[in-house]
Design a protein around this ligand. Structure first.
Ligand SMILES: [Zn+2]
Ligand SMILES: [Zn+2]
Length: 353
């Protein structure tokens, strides 16, 4: 492997030797650049953090209010040990960023998690030209193709409206950071009241503070909420709320789960819900290909997901492709990456010599 690589794999995480910093390290380090605040990318214990300014609320909420955090706007450039670093929209969740680094005439981009379709709750993905692109491949299989947002929300609204007409609450499970706010932003709030679980509301507050338009949300303990209201309500809760006493307050209800994995029948069955809505904050297979192509990169490094399938496809396109074994998407309970229905049985291919 050429020694001039701007990002290398180390036991702590992805490391930039000339800049002496890590990107989304999974162990505590001195300097950590964070692509976004999902728990598999933003971990506690590092001495200094750098992230997009819209990630400040979620990072302080999760890693501690007293973390040493420097923030940047998208496109703002800083120089660190002669390495030019800037953050660019990844379209994944509020504040999510691709990290562009430039040194010695080389440009590398580490994209973290990303998705291409604009969901209205975060700055849309922008392709960044580079020599080497580091990509995820959470849904890197040809079967993964997402419905468009208008189709998705027409289905969700129809389900909610039918339940409300039948006098049943609609309990929709979704991860509390990112998915829940996309659902709030996209549903037709005229159908009925919207009740959110206690794990969701603090993140709504962060989105609202960043200027994202979300409809009014209620807590189940709100005194103004009547029994009749609850029978028409949309209830947003994290998957961990399933089977808890909290749900008893809604009586007989219909339930659903929103995730990219809902495309797979086995995953729907395992969740044991009435409905599965296919919604992901990761790129689907065509979008991964489009995003990678738009970078113009000749070399691509794949970090997590269906890495073997993606590397094979990239090599078929004549690109230099390899895998970095990371800890993203591992033991993660808030991002689609952690809910894979079946782990790939294929061994990851070795890097090209
Ligand atoms: Zn994520
Ligand atoms: Zn992730």
């Amino acid at each position: 492997m050429p020694s001039s690589d701007l990002i290398v794999h180390r036991p702590e995480g992805l490391y930039c030797p000339p800049g002496d910093f890590y990107i989304d390290p999974w162990r505590p380090v001195s300097r950590a650049v964070i692509t976004h605040a999902h728990s598999d990318h933003a971990r506690m214990g590092s001495a200094h953090y750098l992230a997009h300014r819209d990630s400040e609320g979620t990072l302080r909420n999760r890693l501690g209010t007293d973390i040493d955090l420097q923030t940047l706007a998208y496109g703002e450039v800083i120089d660190h040990h002669g390495v030019r670093l800037s953050l660019h929209p990844a379209g994944h969740v509020l504040g999510s960023a691709q990290v562009r680094i430039e040194h010695g005439g080389q440009v590398w981009v580490a994209s973290g998690d990303y998705k291409l379709e604009d969901d209205g709750t975060c700055t849309p993905f922008e392709p960044v030209r580079c020599h080497t692109f580091i990509t995820e491949s959470t849904f890197g299989l040809p079967i993964y193709r997402w419905p468009s947002q208008p189709t998705l929300f027409a289905d969700i609204n129809a389900w909610w409206a039918a339940n409300a007409a039948a006098g049943k609450a609609s309990v929709l499970y979704a991860y509390a950071f990112g998915k829940a706010q996309r659902l709030l932003h996209g549903v037709d709030a005229s159908i009925g009241p919207i009740v959110v679980h206690g794990a969701v509301e603090p993140l709504n507050a962060v989105y609202r503070a960043a200027g994202v338009d979300l409809p009014p949300t209620l807590r189940v303990t709100d005194p103004g909420l009547t029994k009749a209201d609850l029978k028409r309500a949309l209830v947003l809760a994290p998957p961990s709320a399933a089977g808890t006493p909290w749900l008893k307050r809604f009586g007989e209800h219909s339930d659903a789960f929103a995730s990219g994995w809902m495309l797979v029948r086995g995953a729907r069955r395992r969740r044991g819900v009435d409905r599965g809505f296919v919604m992901s904050d990761h790129a689907d297979w065509p979008s991964l290909q489009k995003a990678i192509g738009a970078t113009g990169a000749e070399r691509v490094i794949v970090t997590h997901g269906s890495t073997a399938v993606m590397v094979r496809w990239l090599r078929e396109q004549g690109l230099d492709a390899q895998v970095f074994a990371t800890e993203y998407g591992v033991d993660d309970n808030e991002d689609d990456a952690g809910a894979a229905p079946e782990p790939s049985s294929e061994p990851a291919p070795k890097a090209k010599a």
